[in-house]
Design a protein around this ligand. Structure first.
Ligand SMILES: N[C@@H](CCC(=O)N[C@@H](CS)C(=O)NCC(=O)O)C(=O)O
Length: 144
């Protein structure tokens, strides 16, 4: 039986933390949440015990520590869902993995020009051409 704790940042700002949080919630997998304030004097000390390069999210499963959101998603899929975190059909699974990997490693302009803040209303955002191209790519991926 798993004994999962998700160590995460603030849900308003930390989109990386929300990735495993959403998977766990979606599949009704029980877990405890531990919130670590980011960019605070206490952050480094609080995260130093996890070997996560001082970043969240981190998943603890008993003695097992997994960090980096994509590795956590894989771990949850493997240990709690018998692989069902990914589509069953091979082509769909390859596509889903490609999209997830691209999401994980790309879109640097969107990330820096459009940081997540769900509570704030943004108006008249002026994006660079590079960010606009990334937005189009994201819309295209969602469409597919
Ligand atoms: N690639 C990592 C990114 C993790 C990341 O950048 N997390 C941010 C919060 S959203 C963080 O911990 N920032 C604190 C810092 O950089 O000091 C993942 O997928 O988990």
């Amino acid at each position: 039986m798993s004994d999962l704790t998700l160590i995460m940042g603030n849900k308003n700002y930390s989109s990386w933390s929300l990735r495993p949080w959403i998977l766990l919630k979606h599949f009704h997998i029980p877990f405890a949440e531990k919130r670590v304030p980011l960019f605070a004097e206490t952050t480094a000390q609080a995260l130093s015990v996890y070997n996560s390069n001082f970043k969240v999210p981190i998943l603890k499963d008993g003695d097992v520590v997994v960090w980096d959101s994509l590795a956590i998603l894989e771990y949850i899929s493997e240990t709690c869902l018998d692989g069902k975190g990914w589509p069953n059909e091979q082509h769909a699974r390859a596509f889903a993995r490609s999209v997830s990997a691209e999401m994980h490693s790309s879109f640097t302009h969107v990330r820096s020009e459009m940081p997540m803040n769900c509570r704030k209303k943004f108006e008249h955002i002026q994006l660079s051409d590079a960010a606009e191209r990334e937005v189009e790519r994201i819309k295209d991926l969602w469409q597919q």
